[in-house]
Design a protein around this ligand. Structure first.
Ligand code: COA
Length: 259
């Protein structure tokens, strides 16, 4: 048995998944993808977890991309076979609990794509972002051509993907690639603060909220507004809606049951 490359630790209702290949700047190989899927599968079943945080080991790198050594000598269908279903980034984007990327250094290629498949991104001030695949004679293959322009606009996405240039955390914030930039020393604390706050809400309502927000990526505004109306009305069937309204009206703190 080889050493695990994805480590899980829980802090209250938050599960932190750390990609642990620090000597390879946490590059994503097949073992990382397989272990991420196994952990997410277990977390999905675990009612004790409300939010997932994904990060990389060490202070130098979140994830420096797909493991380039696995690309050597591959023909198109070898690569196609390697891109097994379900694909990890799609699993993260549609995961029924929110996933937050805690970005602590290089966030490149598949690492940047992984962060974009998360629901929120918090970066340390030393983080650097890029889609350098063009320098390998490749284009992004983990959703980068689709998720990046939706976050940063077409011009910025074209620039990043067609030059392979890296940008710093501040610029990533300015163009919308990350939501918050914090000093490296505060990254874990600030991320856990956000994650714990979300994890203290009704897990059922959080799940419905994520589902309809994600739907905005694939639906027209008109369709999305109808979908929102239906899920808003669905909330009226839950015990947590009855509890939340009653708690407000009686000036007390709500106790969520997730039903
Ligand atoms: N795949 C495989 N190995 C990687 C890797 C990747 N994506 N990124 C880094 N590594 C490995 C390096 O080969 C090196 O391994 P070694 O010590 O066995 O030689 C180790 O991680 C440290 O990286 P190194 O390049 O020495 O660090 P650096 O600080 O000089 O440079 C980067 C950091 C991120 C600029 C550089 O590693 C890099 O360009 N990585 C590739 C980024 C990329 O193209 N990603 C997209 C892949 S599709």
């Amino acid at each position: 048995m080889s050493e695990p490359v994805v480590l899980r630790e829980d802090e209250g209702r938050v599960a932190i998944l750390t990609i642990h290949r620090p000597d390879k700047l946490n590059a994503l190989n097949q073992q990382v993808r397989d272990e991420m899927l196994e952990h997410l599968d277990a977390i999905q079943q675990d009612d004790g977890v409300g939010v997932v945080v994904v990060t990389g080991a060490g202070e130098k790198s979140f994830v420096a991309g797909a493991d380039i050594s696995e690309f050597e000598g591959r023909a198109p269908f070898d690569q196609r076979d390697a891109m097994r279903f379900p694909r990890i980034f799609d699993v993260m984007a549609s995961f029924p609990k929110p996933v937050i990327a805690m970005i602590n250094g290089f966030c490149l290629g598949g690492g940047c794509e992984m962060s974009m498949s998360c629901d929120m991104r918090i970066a340390s001030d030393n983080a650097r972002f890029g889609q350098p695949e063009i320098k390998l004679g490749l284009i992004p293959g983990g959703g980068g051509t689709q998720r990046l322009p939706r976050l940063v606009g077409m011009g910025n996405a074209m620039r990043l993907i067609l030059t392979g240039d890296m940008i710093d955390a501040q610029e990533a914030k300015e163009i919308g690639l990350v939501d918050q930039v914090v000093p490296q020393a505060e990254l874990r604390e600030k991320t856990l603060e956000l994650a714990s706050k979300i994890a203290s809400m009704s897990p059922l309502t959080v799940r419905i909220g994520k589902e309809v927000l994600r739907a905005s990526e694939r639906m027209s505004v008109a369709e999305g507004i109808l979908y929102e109306r239906d899920l808003f009305c669905l909330c009226f069937s839950t015990e947590d809606k009855a509890e939340g309204v009653d708690a407000f009206l009686n000036k007390r703190k709500a106790e969520w049951t997730g039903r």
